[in-house]
Write a protein that binds this ligand. Structure first.
Ligand SMILES: C[S@@+](CC[C@H](N)C(=O)[O-])C[C@H]1O[C@@H](n2cnc3c(N)ncnc32)[C@H](O)[C@@H]1O
Length: 196
């Protein structure tokens, strides 16, 4: 039931540092693609002023529930079944959206769903945060991400490390203005936008 992700253990602290800076002082944070549920438990404990709403496709909900049960935190909500492709989404309004290591996993139409959903759900001034590997038209992809991209595509031809400029254009089309893009350990990025 309870899955363990080594990468979550490695990146949770550095992601938390950015979240502490960019998330609002209160409100509900929707996490899309919560995976094991480790990040949800860690962030909810570290950010008690926020309500953490994990979500994922059905197969991951048991692990998220197990991490939630163990954490026993009042601000960590029962995970929602949220498949980017299944509309309507089971939420109508949240104060922030967080999506970690998922943009390179889902197909490009899935990324489009993520950003149209963010544009629909977020009120003016709300933040959308993503974390993961990105390529940039202005510089070569790092060798580690080149290799990761090949691995991803061999597994699923529709996945892959996304071009920042494509993702940012999609965000812009959905009323999200770039607010930050920060280098993170292991050639990852934290990128966030503010809804107009
Ligand atoms: C690499 S995992 C990242 C999980 C977690 N955020 C982390 O950092 O460990 C990618 C996540 O995307 C989720 N995912 C894939 N397709 C999805 C979809 N159509 N809708 C919502 N989530 C999806 C997977 O279930 C998985 O939890």
């Amino acid at each position: 039931m309870k899955q363990f992700s080594p990468s979550c253990e490695r990146n949770k602290e550095s992601i938390l540092t950015v979240l502490q800076e960019v998330l609002p002082a209160s409100g509900v944070v929707l996490e899309i693609g919560s995976g094991s549920g480790q990040h949800a438990a860690y962030f909810a404990r570290a950010l008690p002023q926020l309500e953490w709403q994990p979500s994922d496709v059905a197969e991951n909900l048991p692990s998220i529930r197990a991490w939630r049960a163990e954490a026993g935190l009042p601000n960590l909500r029962e995970p929602l079944l949220l498949d980017l492709f299944a509309e309507p989404w089971p939420v109508t309004s949240v104060q922030a959206l967080v999506c970690i290591n998922t943009v390179h996993i889902v197909s490009w139409p899935g990324v489009e769903k993520l950003f149209t959903g963010a544009g629909r759900l977020l009120a003016s001034g709300a933040v959308m945060f993503v974390y993961g590997p990105y390529r940039y038209s202005t510089r070569p992809l790092e060798p580690s991400n080149e290799e990761f991209d090949r691995w991803l595509k061999a597994r699923d031809a529709q996945s892959g490390v996304r071009l920042f400029e494509d993702v940012n254009a999609l965000a812009h089309e959905n009323g999200l203005m770039l607010a930050g893009d920060r280098a993170m350990p292991a050639n990852n990025r934290s990128i966030w936008w503010i809804k107009k």
